[in-house]
Write a protein that binds this ligand. Structure first.
Ligand code: PEP
Ligand code: MG
Length: 940
């Protein structure tokens, strides 16, 4: 009888499930933890959903084995062993040795070879693999099991002496670097093995490793071993068990190397996850021209196009492709080089995408025309590709719209890339016309970046630190022959990355794609000389500090500073210089946003105080203004003079006279904002900052003001002195201003209501919400709302019309959270001002914390910058209390957030969880908040 496919799959899964359950039960019965999971010969003990235990690599090797793909046999030592190793002074659990030995036996059976056997040797690799991929951050050792005896066996077995010696040379080098700690530690130090190799190549007059003869390789091994003895005082290990355990320790040790720690910190991955260690039978891509090794993505991870995308090298081992020393061939060429292998690989590409329902990043090796799969994982992608993959896969029926929105497919921050500037085409054309184009490389990370050339990661980091991140002068393009994991901090600091070697899967490409950096790789025309700090192309020489521009969409490298212009999405939505049908990127963005809006519960508003900003935010999907900071309006034109006159006034009359001058300005601004928001709610905050912020502090400026407003300069100086506060952020600010100078609140409310009436009369609906800042006590709010209501009454009577409005408060003090029930008696809405709430809860000045926060982050005292992402345990708890107590008093209390955290995806998710009604953020963060809100709604 023919069993239908899906029944067979179900039976297969059931069988595996039962087998695993029994095995686990046995382990439990024997009180024995299972630390080793075998895979091979079509069956594996692990599964794809066991990433926490087996790491991503181990779990997927198991999964690929189970779905029938050709995977060399091996086993995974779990992440629990790594955690045990660190908790127990670098010792292993007692049962591990036996479990490894059993799994090794099974591996030998499946592969038909024996580890350490001098006639039929099995070689293995030892590869790290955490639950999330950390490209290049941890260590790997290949060709373990080679010594003088097994080398002879390998040569006899393959009949290929050169291959045997090449493998041994690589093994000694890699083992020396990784396990015996001989890797260079600084930018000036040269890898001892590279040095020996360069010397030999130079003496022989050869350039490529492939030109080394068997005798050369023998000589290299001899010199390598000598270097090991000199450096470590010990002979290179011959015992294969020692080799394997040395490699395992090195892999676990690499979990705590500096670059891995920095990487985890950047992505907020906990240090206690640990890595797994995968022992996998070696297959060889370097046995001859019927062998190759490669890496590929099932679709283009830079642009998102549905093309098989990758590269390979004939007669090479894996590290050659990623290291970027030889520039590899494009995967399409494999169709000509090895047609049956290409066909099989292309079929596997489809199988994997269907199985994982996501774009895969694979590693493979072809040994004597037989294809082996060494890894698969969800491919890292640019923001552009993430959006295109998601939208395309929904159309292909592979995933649902809801799955398309998931945070693992599109981290909300990645949408930022779609809003980033591109080069102004005219400026670029001009630069190219003037002969400024230097070369073209592989476009690995889209976007446009211009900055100063830095050749070393630490120089890039230092330069950016010195000049500041937002400063155009502080922009740096990190230019390297190739990058390595040590460069991670410099890459983080740089605006763009340019390498001379390597392909689209090189370290530089992978890491910048994940960071969302503009990146060009494999620009082989560039000759970079680190010693001279120069980059030469043709006759042109560029030096450290020169300007350079790189176009990550096209791969063009241009000397000098090229002007940038807004992204396509911005051109369509904001500038209206591009039609939506002309931009595929925009169309996909719009589709995704529509899906997000359909599922999210949180509303998204914007923080805007200018009509232009408000209009931009609406174009990005803002549903209202959550914070209009009125103080910003006082700095335009000569308004500041009237403001200063108001502050310097010594009588109420004089103050009112000055305020009368400000009134028309404010009214005009509010009218424009109401019009731009066309009936959407607009939350306007009354004056908040300390008054001295508006005053001139230097004698010269005080003289100037004196002439303008006819107040003696000495009086101005005295008033400035009087207003001086030791700690202004905790001083006379927020509602305390309106309490002591009620005329200020009166004027502002009059301006708001007059504007609202005027705009409403013109046929445009208005929805003002007046928000009182820094309230801690109910009577403060009561006093201020009385002014609001009285002024509204007056204005409505004068205008012969009325508008609907609300009066609410910011919740930005711990006391306000605790006393939220009392405050809610008066407040019609709350808006968490998490900038001040963080400052006052943590007792950490928002203006001064920069001097120490980096130290806190780098030493893991805190996981995230609390002014960027809500401190859930402290500030978050207070917010929960505020919500519960506020709604306890007033059930339908509308609650939002308008601190900077309103645009941070994790904080948005937290706001959803605690039941806020909306978040409010800067205009360019609105799409990010919309997506984050949708993800929050979809997360169980
Ligand atoms: C806040 O404190 O979170 C807030 C939005 O107000 P400001 O940043 O203007 O103090
Ligand atoms: Mg505040």
């Amino acid at each position: 009888m023919r069993v239908p496919e899906h029944t067979r799959v179900c039976l297969f899964i059931a069988e595996r499930f039962i087998r695993l359950t029994i095995e686990n039960a046995i382990h439990k019965l024997l009180r024995m933890a299972k630390y080793v999971y075998f895979f091979g010969g079509g069956k594996a003990e692990g599964r794809a959903d066991m990433k926490n235990l087996l790491g991503g690599k181990g779990a997927n090797l198991a999964e690929m084995t189970n779905i029938g793909l050709p995977v060399p046999a091996g086993f995974t030592i779990t992440t629990e062993v790594c955690t045990y190793y660190y908790a127990n002074d670098h010792k292993y659990p007692p049962e591990l040795k036996e479990q490894v030995s059993d799994a090794l036996k099974k591996t030998e059976e499946v592969m038909g070879a024996r580890f350490g056997d001098s006639r039929n040797p099995l070689l293995v690799s030892c590869r790290s693999g955490a639950r999330v991929s950390m490209p290049g951050m941890m260590d790997t050792v290949l060709n373990i099991g080679l010594n003088e005896a097994t080398l002879r066996g390998l040569i006899e077995k393959t009949g290929n002496e050169r291959f045997g010696w090449d493998s041994y040379r690589r093994f000694v080098q890699m083992y020396g670097d990784v396990v015996l700690g001989m890797k260079s530690q600084s930018k000036t130090e040269i890898d001892p093995f590279e040095h020996i190799m360069d010397e030999l190549k130079r003496s022989k007059g050869i350039e490529l490793d492939t030109a080394l003869t068997t005798d050369d390789l023998k000589e290299l091994v001899r010199r390598f071993k000598k270097a090991v003895k000199e450096r470590t005082g010990k002979d290179f290990p011959e015992n294969v068990q020692d080799q394997m355990w040395g490699a395992i320790s090195a892999v676990f040790g690499s979990w705590m190397n500096e670059r891995a720690i920095v990487y985890r910190r950047q992505y907020n991955f906990p240090h206690d996850w640990g890595t797994a260690a995968n022992i996998c039978s070696m297959v060889f891509g370097n046995m001859g021209d019927d062998c190759c090794t490669g890496v590929a993505f099932t679709r283009d991870p830079a642009t998102g196009d549905k093309v098989f995308y990758g590269e390979y090298l004939i007669n090479a081992q894996g590290e050659d492709v990623v290291a970027g020393i030889r520039t590899p061939k494009k995967i399409a060429e494999l169709q000509k080089d090895m047609p049956p292998v290409y066909k099989q690989l292309d079929e596997i590409r489809t199988i994997l995408e269907k199985h994982y329902r996501d774009v895969q990043d694979i590693e493979f090796t072809v040994q004597k025309n037989k294809l082996w799969m060494l890894q698969t994982r969800n491919g890292k992608r640019t923001g552009f590709a993430a959006v295109q993959f998601a939208v395309d896969m929904v159309h292909e029926g592979l995933i649902t719209q809801e799955e398309a929105l998931s945070g693992s497919r599109i981290p909300p921050d990645d949408l930022n890339q779609l809003l980033q500037p591109v080069f102004d085409p005219q400026a670029k054309r001009k630069a190219i016309g003037e002969g400024m184009q230097l070369a073209t490389g592989i476009n690995a990370g889209p976007g446009a970046a211009t900055g100063r050339i830095k050749f070393h990661a630490e120089d890039a980091e230092a330069w950016v630190d010195k000049h500041g991140n937002g400063n155009p002068e502080g922009r740096v393009i990190l230019c390297r022959r190739e990058t390595s994991p040590e460069d991670i901090r410099g890459m983080q600091a740089a605006a763009g990355i340019l390498t001379a070697f390597g392909g689209a899967s090189s370290h530089a490409a992978l890491v910048s794609r994940q960071m969302g950096k503009v990146c060009i790789v494999g620009c082989s025309a560039l000759q970079i000389d680190y010693a001279k700090s120069t980059m030469t192309v043709g006759g042109k020489v560029l030096r450290d500090g020169d300007w350079i521009s790189i176009d990550g969409f096209t791969g063009e490298v241009i000397a000098g500073e090229v002007a940038t212009r807004p992204s396509e999405v911005v051109q369509v939505l904001i500038d209206k210089t591009l039609k939506s049908e002309q931009s595929r990127v925009y169309q996909q963005f719009a589709k995704l946003m529509k899906w997000a809006d359909a599922v999210r519960k949180l509303r998204v508003r914007t923080n805007a105080d200018k009509p232009k900003e408000a209009a931009e935010a609406v174009a990005f999907g803002a549903e209202g203004i959550g914070l209009c900071r009125t103080e910003h309006m006082f700095f335009e034109g000569n308004r500041i003079d009237a403001m200063r006159e108001m502050i310097l006034a010594t009588t109420v009359e004089a103050r009112k006279k000055a305020l009368d001058k400000l009134l028309p300005y404010q009214r005009g601004d509010f009218e424009e904002i109401f019009k731009a928001m066309a009936g959407r709610p607009v939350t306007i905050r009354t004056l908040d900052p300390p008054l001295h912020e508006f005053l001139p502090h230097q004698a010269e400026q005080q003289e100037e003001l004196s002439a303008k407003i006819s107040v003696p300069a000495a009086d101005i100086a005295r008033r400035v002195q009087e207003l001086h506060e030791a700690n202004p952020m905790l001083g006379h600010r927020g509602c305390r201003l309106g309490i002591t100078f009620p005329e200020i609140t009166q004027m502002q409310c009059r301006a708001i209501f007059e504007a609202a009436c005027n705009v409403q009369k013109a046929g445009i609906p208005v929805e003002p919400e007046i928000m009182i800042p820094l309230v801690g006590f109910l009577p403060e709010l009561k006093a201020q709302s009385k002014i609001v209501h009285d002024t509204a009454k007056e204005v409505f009577a004068e205008k012969g019309t009325a508008v609907t409005y609300l009066v609410g408060t910011m919740i930005e003090l711990p006391r306000a959270c605790v006393a939220a029930d009392q405050i809610a008696r008066e407040a019609q809405f709350f808006s968490f001002g998490t900038n001040d709430l963080t400052q006052t809860t943590l007792g950490m000045s928002r203006d001064d914390y920069g001097s120490f926060i980096r130290h806190y982050l780098e030493n893991d005292l805190i996981a995230k910058d609390p002014f960027q992402s809500i401190d859930i345990d402290g500030v978050g708890e207070l917010m929960k209390l505020g919500v519960a107590r506020g709604r306890g008093e007033r059930q339908d209390l509308k609650i939002g957030i308008c601190g900077e955290h309103g645009g941070d995806p994790d904080s948005v998710k937290f706001c959803h969880k605690i039941g806020l009604n909306y978040v409010s953020c800067s205009p360019f963060r609105v799409p990010i908040a919309r997506l984050a809100a949708a993800q929050a709604a979809l997360e169980k």
